[in-house]
Ligand binder design. Structure first.
Ligand code: GAR
Length: 208
């Protein structure tokens, strides 16, 4: 199986969906650790209860971003992942982390619309009728990397941020679980911004 490290900042419901899927040996990916930028993230306790190793690398403020990012990269690298999954991880990842292994991020909007930390609020404020969720590879920009897959969610007339986010969350965990499993089982290659199925690009996943 492909070795996956999951990064979270809060509840970890998408991480929990990945843990459940990864119990099936045919899934193709195993979660080898869950990490967070917050020591008290609820999802860490959930992962611990499921018997998965956890770690926290608390964010130390903007002035220490580079050092924090390097420490986070070292912690992740110690688990020798083939893939890193950012599932509700609310910090920007730097070059050192991306260099450890490819990073897949889950974002609650149809990128390239509404990048950043307030995607659901921003979509609502803009008045769009359709938004959704995106899984993409992380590059050095903020939510700018190659898109792997997306799912659409309609905005309903009475929606507020909480109700819309709840409907996005109801579909995005399946999007994430299906995408990570497919990447792990089938591999992928990048053609410019296009993510294609196929072998090249995850040679390390093939070794296991
Ligand atoms: C998810 O909706 C995810 O798409 C979003 O945070 C939520 C985490 O929920 N991510 C971002 O906003 C990233 N900018 P969870 O902790 O219950 O999985």
């Amino acid at each position: 199986s492909a070795r996956v490290v999951v990064l979270i900042s809060g509840t970890g419901s998408n991480m929990a969906a990945l843990l459940e899927a990864a119990e099936d040996p045919e899934y193709g990916a195993a979660v080898v650790a869950v990490g967070s930028d917050r020591e008290n993230a609820a999802g860490l306790e959930l992962a611990e209860k499921a018997g998965v190793p956890v770690f926290a690398e608390p964010f130390r403020g903007r002035g220490e971003r580079a050092a924090w990012n390097a420490d986070l990269a070292a912690r992740i690298a110690s688990y020798h992942p083939d893939l890193v999954v950012s599932a509700g991880f609310m910090r920007i990842l730097g070059r050192e982390v991306i260099d450890v292994a490819p990073v897949v991020n889950l974002h609650p909007a149809l990128l390239p619309s509404f990048p950043g930390a307030h995607a659901v609020r921003d979509a609502l404020a803009h008045g769009v009728r359709v938004t959704g969720s995106t899984v993409h590879f992380v590059d050095e920009g903020v939510d700018t990397g190659p898109i792997i897959d997306q799912v659409a969610v309609r905005v309903e007339p009475g929606d507020d941020e909480a109700s819309l986010h709840a409907r996005i969350k109801a579909v995005e965990s399946r999007l994430l679980v299906e995408t990570v499993g497919r990447l792990a089982r089938e591999g992928w290659r990048l053609e410019g911004r296009h993510v294609r199925p196929g072998a090249a690009g995850n040679e390390r996943a093939e070794e296991n």
